[in-house]
Ligand binder design. Structure first.
Ligand code: ADP
Ligand code: MN
Ligand code: MN
Ligand code: MN
Length: 352
């Protein structure tokens, strides 16, 4: 198309702000990074229309300075209603050849199955001035009890709910499948739940929801604390988890007590492999107190919030069919790795 000669096609083009989002190379928990590029499209771009892009990996612990270009490969796209013509582009990080996954790319190699459904319950604290929102300067607020699903200024303060509601709307606008939100057990602690079919699909949504929360909180001068036990393990304040609810087609449609017991035996056998990807510092949180099981034990129980895997009443009532809740993943865990580990253990158990 030649410049300066508007034609019909030209005048219908609009400049879109493409926010490319990726996970950096920090360990044990990667940080979210993002940058914007502007491109013209006739309408909201599809994934196929989004080009690969590059960034300086030497600034994100993803490359040496001498050969620093890493490649951003778009893998999921969502509307961003905070910006005119805004687009959120979740990316995988690739090596300079554009096809080899970077070692930090935890998404590229995970197990996936569109019939595996996941519901992640992301807990987190809102922080300001180095302490949870609503904690007095020095000291502590009234003990836990009224905060979980609480209402009223003394329980939730004056700004947290505004943040949480705004975040919910941003996520729903983006097409992220939020299923609910609630105030949590500790003061300043909140939760959102995201449900998705397929491990990559669901985990992409969790990462983008985390991104939107972090970005939203900038204007409130509030930080999001995703650590699983920010107040330490010796005080009577809950930690943050990311319970992973899961079901496969077989669990939903066939199930059965015998299959269920074999599945739980496989979970018990793979205790260490699960804990390895369930988030850092989980020994501080999985203590056997505060609705958790100890980190070195695997147990399951019907409606038991002190077990590693909680079996909903509905599961048993339906003839051992439905979904299960692994309560061990923590709030800083990588949902790609968590979902993949669950699928790996499930794959060890024959369904026939
Ligand atoms: P609780 O706080 O009581 O543990 P929540 O309501 O916070 O429970 O979370 C339950 C989660 O279970 C939701 O995120 C929901 O999406 C998920 N879930 C419900 N049914 C299924 C299913 N069949 N497969 C996988 N996850 C499911
Ligand atoms: Mn919940
Ligand atoms: Mn919770
Ligand atoms: Mn739960």
């Amino acid at each position: 198309m030649s410049r300066g000669q508007p034609n019909l096609e030209h005048t219908t083009m609009a400049k879109y702000k493409l926010e490319y989002i990726w996970l950096d190379g920090y360990t044990p928990v990667p940080n979210l990074r993002s940058k914007t590029q502007i491109k013209e499209y006739a309408s909201f771009p599809t994934l196929e229309q989004l080009p690969n892009w590059g960034f300086d990996g030497s600034s994100t612990l993803q490359a040496e300075g001498r050969s620093s270009d890493c490649v951003l490969k778009p893998v999921a796209v969502y509307p961003d209603t905070t910006r005119k013509n805004g687009v959120l582009v979740m990316c995988e990080v690739m090596m300079p050849d554009g096809v080899t996954p970077h070692p930090s790319n935890s998404r590229a190699t995970i197990l996936d199955d569109p019939d595996a459904w996941f519901g992640f319950e992301q807990e987190y604290f809102l922080y300001q001035d180095g302490r949870p929102l609503g904690f007095p300067e020095g000291g502590y607020p009234a003990p836990q009890g009224p905060y979980y699903t609480g209402v009223g200024y003394k329980n939730v303060g004056d700004v947290a709910r505004q943040i949480v509601e705004e975040h919910l709307d941003l996520c729903l606008d983006a097409g992220i499948n939020h299923e609910g939100i609630n105030a949590e057990v500790a003061k300043g602690q909140w939760e959102f739940q995201i449900f998705g079919k397929g491990s990559k699909n669901c985990a992409d949504q969790v990462w983008v929801a985390r991104y939107l929360l972090l970005r939203l909180c900038e204007k409130y001068a509030v930080d999001v604390e995703f650590h699983c036990k920010p107040l330490g393990k010796d005080l009577d304040w809950n930690g943050s988890g990311m319970h992973a609810n899961f079901s496969t087609k077989h669990l939903r449609e066939v199930g059965g007590k015998e299959y269920f017991e074999k599945l739980m035996a496989a979970f018990a056998k793979n205790l260490n492999e699960h804990i390895a990807v369930y988030g850092p510092d989980n020994h501080m949180r999985l203590t056997g107190l505060h609705e958790t099981q100890s980190i070195d034990k695997f147990t399951y129980g019907i409606a038991d919030r002190g077990s590693s895997v909680r079996v909903p009443h509905s599961f048993v009532n339906n003839g051992y069919k439905g979904y299960l809740e692994d309560r061990r993943p923590n709030s800083q865990g990588d949902p790609y790795a968590i979902a993949s580990r669950i699928l790996r253990t499930i794959a060890e158990v024959p369904t026939a």
